[in-house]
Design a binder for this molecule. Structure first.
Ligand code: ADP
Ligand code: TRP
Length: 321
């Protein structure tokens, strides 16, 4: 069983990314073959600043390693270190009907958010399909926003196998992480870089503390009971504190007599403590940038070996050899 997923290097990782994507990926590396890559070609659909792209890739690699990705267990590489993926993307695009891409809502959503409507942005799902199919992946864990891209991938497998014969490409199964509750942002909407409401997992103590203390709350007086339903503080605390501490905070909400400032302070402490071991690990890794390059280079070498097998098979099948 081979599990593959890609992460876009698009700025500071936040609690939503950690609980929604990074932690599940780290858990999955314990069972079966885990293939994880940093989708830097994809990031170029929205970033054209070379310095920023490089820095985002490096940050994501360090963050992921600090959060428990184990290069002994998972194959971890940078997408552009395996450029063969572009060849498969081209081959797939020759059987990809325009209508399939025209129906994709992520293209329209991104254009509506101000991202330039380039050919790459339009063809993004084809490259993503190539990422998956180049490794004969069986399972692809993604957030539910990527569901449609997996459907495109599966359609392309059907098209290729119909035209060139069963077994040309392996049909992947999406593992949609609907089970992971959406982590709320500081304003109560879904936590997302696009909403500017994130709590980063790494950063300087003072500004992070300030962010927690600025979480929007209602104006219930200190002595009154506070609403439990829909409380951002409680939802975040649940992820970060022990069950007993969480239950105690719920009880204190219901009893009244405790102000939001106190709850935020407890949330801050739980958050700072939760990420303490990862922060320490991050500092170690960041102090040794060569080790990160080594991990990515070894991962790329391993990934290229696997990719060569599939690409050879596809090239022979379609008549390129
Ligand atoms: P952002 O919305 O900040 O741009 P991305 O769309 O790049 O984040 O998400 C990267 C990964 O993190 C995806 O797998 C996504 O499902 C997960 N993720 C992002 N935000 C959240 C959230 N608030 N709750 C749960 N998972 C999230
Ligand atoms: N499109 C994904 C995202 O924005 C990232 C990604 C690129 C990916 N290629 C992939 C995810 C292949 C899974 C499999 O989150």
């Amino acid at each position: 069983m081979r599990t593959l997923t890609g992460l876009q290097p698009s700025g500071k990782q936040h609690l939503g990314n950690y609980f929604g994507a990074m932690r599940p990926a780290v858990e999955l590396q314990e069972s079966g073959e885990a293939f994880y890559f940093i989708a830097d070609y994809h990031a170029m659909t929205s970033t054209h600043d070379p310095g920023e792209l490089r820095e985002n890739v490096r940050d994501l690699a360090i963050d992921f390693l600090a959060c428990g990705l184990d290069p002994e267990k998972a194959v971890f590489w940078r997408q552009s270190d395996v450029p063969e993926v572009n060849e498969l993307a081209w081959i797939l695009s020759t059987v990809c009907p325009m209508g399939l891409l025209e129906r994709c809502h992520s293209y329209k959503d991104k254009v509506a958010r101000g991202i330039a409507p380039s050919h790459a942005l339009f063809a993004y799902p084809v490259l993503m399909a190539a990422d998956i199919l180049l490794f004969d992946s069986n399972e692809v864990p993604v957030g539910d926003d990527q569901k449609q891209h997996l459907e495109v991938t599966r359609d392309l497998v059907i098209k290729m196998n119909e035209r060139y014969g069963e077994g040309t490409l392996v049909m992947p199964e999406p593992i949609i992480r609907e089970a992971v509750a959406k982590v709320p942002g500081l304003d109560g909407q879904k936590m997302s870089k696009s909403y500017n409401n994130t709590l980063p997992i790494f950063g300087e103590e003072k500004p992070l503390r300030k962010m927690v203390m600025k979480i929007v709350t209602d104006s219930t007086p200190v002595e009154d009971p506070k609403p439990v339903e829909g409380s951002v503080i409680l939802q975040l605390y649940k992820l970060l504190a022990s069950d007993a501490d969480y239950q105690a905070m719920v009880a204190d909400h219901q009893a009244g007599g405790t102000g939001y400032g106190d709850f935020k302070k407890r949330l801050w402490e739980a958050y700072w403590e939760f990420f303490a071991p990862m922060r320490a690990r991050r500092a170690e890794i960041a102090a040794d940038p060569a080790s990160v390059d080594q991990v990515l280079a070894a991962g790329a070498a391993r990934a290229r070996q696997e990719a060569a097998v599939v690409l050879d098979r596809v090239r022979a099948t379609v008549g390129l050899r």
